[in-house]
Design a protein around this ligand. Sequence first.
Ligand code: XMP
Length: 509
Amino acid sequence: MKHQEITVIDFGGQHCQLVARRIRDLNVYCQVIPYKKALDHIKENKPLGIILIGQAGKDLTDKHKLVIEELRKTKLPILAINYAIEEIIKNNGGKIESCQDLNDLVEIENTSKHNLLADINSPSKVWTSFFIKSSDLGPGYEIIQQTKDGDFVSALNEEKSLYLVQYHPELSTSENGTELIKNFLYNICKCQGDWTVKNFKEAQIQKIKDQVGDKKVLLALSGGVDSSVCAALISKAIGKNLTCVFVDTGLMRKNEGDEVEGFFKDQDLNFIRLDAEERFLGKLKGVTDPEKKRKIIGEEFIRVFEEVGRQVGSVDYLAQGTIYPDIIESGKEDDQVIKSHHNVGGLPDVIDFKDLVEPLKDLFKDEVRRLGEELEMPDYLVHRQPFPGPGLAVRVMGEITKERLDILREADYIFREEIALAGLDREISQYFAIITNIQTVGVKNDQRTYDYTLALRAVKTNDFMVADWVKIPFEVLEKVSTRITSEVNHINRVVYDISSKPPATIEWE
Ligand code: XMP
């Protein structure tokens, strides 16, 4: 079954993913397509409507203009969000009085009862990054929203199916933004809302069956959300023809390897757990430089998989838990860069396979989690926080030894347990402990100690590019610190990291 689609055309703005998220949350399937591929995509996928996103205030290049012109010829409804509006008005013989960067909330009122404004209160406040003043949009346009001073904010041209909105309805700071997008989807484009995770699951299971048939698939399972959900989904389609290889590096958190095995060994697939702790710790012996640690771990993964590849011979398909944000192409002028993400770096280069299976490549992270729930996977797999590929290696400052890893695992476990008990686990984006290479003097049972300092880190972030440290209540921190210093040997001091990113990074190494 093919879902109805709305296509977001990326002319280089920063909000494409956010708009796409809003659309999918309204149960309509949506794809973000770089403008250079827009026309081919539309011909092939026949969307019900188009949304234009670009950098407001930037002059359109000839290439942009050409694509927009061709898009208009499709006669599909087009919503221009704070982009290309100046050009459209000029083309229509209208007049522009001024253009300016605004980056502010603007109070607006409705001047029409058009169904693009259904359920939208008036007045309301909306976020506008760039504002065009035009007292004459040319013939055929109806102004449907304006500022208190009577300046045009939103307008439409029913005959040409063009809808111009000067603010950002995708931002939560814009009141009624979601309603406006919803009205465009349902009232203008006549979408039916056929995009649900349940429908997606069923369609993908069928698609995998059609693609793979009775051939064999290999998946490197990291234990992270994406590869775990990917495994569970493929298993529903092909059962034991799926082999999942989970490499236990010895750098996992407490119980993590057992949790992954606990779930997957009872699933309808072949589960192989490779115990490679000694190998990894052997290679890391004496290494203190963070970049060297990362390099050694990445290379060792490849060596392990070369051996797996030799054992299994050639496989028909290699499965990967690639997700949508990994492959969204940027609409910048330079040639398209595709961020290609491999759950285990370099794997496709060392395994001999015929084709890739990437069933999650259309999903955003929270949709992957919802799919995991739909597949009845346990919470500890589906709502796992992100964990760096090199694992605890980058949370042990200085030399990595089994002893220091075990200390860290125990302390980190207590921190996670208390955060969950306090009900903060879904609010905090990432939280963990770091064992430093600082030893300080302490006192325990009237005896002098000279033990490690443990750091706690907790951040809130949307994109992991910038992050704020979380103001965990003192009582929770107190309990964590008391438990760690009394229950974990060789930790006599606990500190809390109160730095945001930037200038600090989330991980310490
Ligand atoms: P930083 O420390 O750069 O982390 O602020 C941002 C996010 O990326 C994760 N991270 C990594 N993930 N390999 C990974 O797969 C790595 O080497 C790595 N280093 C950091 C980090 O946990 C955070 O979520």
